[in-house]
Design a protein around this ligand. Structure first.
Ligand code: FES
Ligand SMILES: [Fe+2]
Length: 399
């Protein structure tokens, strides 16, 4: 059942989806204190393995230094070349490709070719900013602000649930993908907070909106959730369900048919079924562009042997293909929504089934308009008296 008895007015106006000033306020108050899913431990499990990406305009490299996962600003302290140029890889040292400066896990230089060119070199000043790194299960998150909630606080009461859904041993990563989208970040997030669009956008894959009767919405201080059982109205759906039952039987897992979807404010989405877990983050690039990273895990057999492990891998491959197909179907509608909000004269309306969107919009509204303010301190290596010092919003208040 849904919780609201009436349709709702959206807390955010259409301008919130295209205005650069609004996007900057979101960056400061919504995203800098938040935790961003950037990779998985499985992807950087060995010494030297790294991923490099841009988070809120900040180039970041997350690298395994002898077992320790470290996130550093991916900008050389010498003359600001990007250090790790590939999105992922493995290198014996973290070395700038321009003049060869090498860095350690503390962000300080380890090797400086021609060091006599830099007399009285200040190791503490010419180093890389370091960002906080925390894990929930196999998922790796970073936070750009030096202050803010811990990852456990950010997840709230659902932390242990999610850690279990992404724990290696019980699950194995089966897919990771990235989509760039010409849309404000809220458009793809909102698209995954309702199933009302399913018949139009996913006619072949999901096919049918389960509707209100088998569905329940949950609201937490840190986000929302949706639980349902998907119907199997077509022959293909019921055959697929039969196959899933057989696969789970081989893996030694009980079949329930439950589907859980969670949203952690502002931009983390987690789906879970009997056989898989998916984590998806949507990171803003500017007011009208964003990208999403999705990481999927398949359940492992309770008693692994050659046959059950092979079945788990095959099922993992199939469900990974299905997830990528569904994400691509969603991605294709977002530019039309973006063009629409830019041409809108007045706010739209949220149906009862879209009440989770209302919760997200209120979360953003309250932070952008200063009703809830979080202390934000961006890491910087600039001297503390520099006029170029990064912004520091020190006021803390709660509604
Ligand atoms: S810019 Fe990196 S070593 Fe010169
Ligand atoms: Fe969708």
């Amino acid at each position: 059942m849904y919780q609201t008895p009436v349709a709702l007015e959206p807390p955010l106006p259409p301008q919130a989806y295209c205005d650069a000033e609004f996007a900057e306020r979101e960056r400061q108050q919504v995203f800098l204190p938040a935790w961003h899913l950037v990779t998985t431990h499985s992807a950087v499990a060995k010494h030297g393995e790294f991923v490099a990406l841009e988070v809120l305009g900040v180039p970041v490299v997350v690298r395994n230094f002898d077992g320790e996962l470290v996130a550093l600003r991916n900008v050389c302290a010498h003359r600001q070349s990007i250090i790790a140029r590939k999105p992922s890889g493995c290198s014996p040292t973290l070395k700038c490709p321009y003049h060869g400066w090498e860095y350690g896990s503390d962000g300080k230089t380890r090797k400086l070719p021609g060091a006599t060119n830099f007399p009285k070199f200040k190791h503490d000043e010419y180093c890389l900013d370091k960002f906080l790194v925390e894990q929930c299960g196999d998922l790796v998150f970073i936070r750009l602000s030096e202050t803010g909630p811990s990852l456990r606080e950010w997840f709230g009461e659902r932390f242990d649930l999610f850690a279990g859904w992404f724990s290696t041993g019980k699950y194995a990563q089966s897919m990771s993908c990235r989509f760039d989208m010409a849309a404000n970040w809220k458009i793809p997030v909102e698209g995954s907070l309702e199933s009302y669009h399913i018949p139009c956008v996913h006619p072949q894959t999901f096919h049918e909106d389960p509707g209100e009767k088998p569905s329940t919405h949950f609201f937490y201080p840190t986000g929302t959730a949706f639980q349902t059982i998907f119907l199997a109205p077509r022959w293909i759906d019921s055959r697929l369900r039969d196959v899933e039952r057989i696969v789970l039987g081989i893996l030694g897992i009980r079949y329930t048919g439950d589907y859980d979807h969670h949203h952690v404010f502002p931009h983390l989405l987690i789906s879970h079924t009997d056989s898989l877990s998916v984590a998806q983050v949507v990171i803003p690039v500017d007011a009208t562009h964003c990208y999403t990273l999705a990481m999927q895990y398949g359940i492992e057999p309770v008693k692994p042997n050659f046959f059950s492990t092979r079945v788990a891998r095959r099922w993992g491959k199939f469900t990974a293909w299905l997830t990528r197909t569904i994400l691509a179907e969603d991605r294709d509608i977002f530019p039309a929504v973006q063009a629409g909000v830019q041409g809108a004269r007045k706010p739209g309306i949220l149906g009862r089934c879209e009440e989770r969107l209302h919760a997200l919009q209120k979360y953003v509204h309250d932070r952008v308009h200063g009703i809830v303010v979080t202390q934000v301190v961006e890491p910087t290596t600039l001297p503390s008296d520099s006029p170029l010092q990064a912004p520091c919003l020190s006021e803390v208040a709660h509604d």
